[in-house]
Write a protein that binds this ligand. Sequence first.
Ligand code: CTP
Length: 418
Amino acid sequence: MTTSPVHEAASPQGTRPRVVLGVSGGIAAYKACELLRQFTESGHDVTVVPTAAALEFVGAPTWAALSGKPVSTDVWSDVHEVPHVRIGQSADLVVVAPATADLLAKAAHGLADDLLTNTLLTARCPVVFAPAMHTEMWEHPATQANVATLRSRGALVIEPAEGRLTGKDTGKGRLPEPREIFETCREVLARGVGALDLSGRHVVVSAGGTREYLDPVRFLGNRSSGLQGYALARAAAARGAEVTLVAANVTLPDPAGVKVVRVETTAQLRQEVVGAAASADAVVMAAAPADFRPVGTSEAKIKKAADGSAPSLELTQNPDILHEISTDRSHAGSVIVGFAAETGDETGSVLELARAKLARKGCDLLVVNDVSGGAVFGSPDNEAVILGADGAVVEVPRGSKSVLAHVIWDEVATRLQD
Ligand code: CTP
């Protein structure tokens, strides 16, 4: 039986992108098998370089079988091919997952006592580290200093996820889901060296649709899937930003390296966005907050009336978060981006209504979707026009939500102040 690739990857030269998957000795090494499959099934040429400790967790036959290539940990095999130099030199991307505290320390200090650390010294392509360790090890000043060193040299070090660790512990230190590490790597590969233009920036993205409860089981909601907001968060993290994603009722997996704050109502969304915006260089309001909420929420489930009458709903307006953070900029110089889903009506065309909204909201950029027919909701694609308060008009043709996300960050990046 043959399986068709999930989707084919190609390097700029039209060859299969060459990925080095470094694996260091942590329990999360087993998750790297899934990451390897993601790469190989989507047409990447992968060389696995485990450390000796990694082989204590997952053996060489597994890596060799899944990658279709021989595997070695030291520099003494096939010496005539000079693997300690060649593997790094010829790579389009090196990703180390999991990266242990020990591996990060060696990489930060330029040690080269095995094949993986040699490869890290010879690679001139983008390098991604996906650390996984116990919280104490991650938070230790030595590890944090090593991470800062690696980032200052242009490596993308993905923030570990929070959750269950080895044993009974929970906390920060989990390896993000392999599929999400893969997505991040794909974005880094597509952008190449120098892709980390949001490094050192804190950005806030809101995503999803809020719910306004009538009673414990019923709510007013909307059709926002959260896909565009998640694509924005993933893209910003892949460009090196510290990302806070305020997600309203989204069931998508957490993007790698992103801090996800979950909310339900517009009031909760407002509290989290306003709080995070205080230290943010950019805020992108991709969420669809409900404009109205019931005046009161019943604590008990609302029952049908015996006489067949329907209850009447009294609604009140929710605060406009985008307007609030645009007019009361707690972080001077921040760039604020809104979205506008418009259909056009008798008072104006889509773009006329959008221009009026840009002025009314007071944000710097407005991403305008024409939603006549409901086309954009839940779709992997999007097309938009980005309007700038400075008069800019950028048309983004139909493409993936990831492509639109990167154009939005390009526009944000040019407006960020030093
Ligand atoms: N928005 C917000 N707070 C709200 C409603 C909307 O911050 N209570 C933000 C959305 O996240 C989006 C932008 O405002 O970035 C525009 O949303 P939209 O629903 O188009 O704006 P409205 O002000 O609700 O305008 P309209 O009357 O056209 O629905």
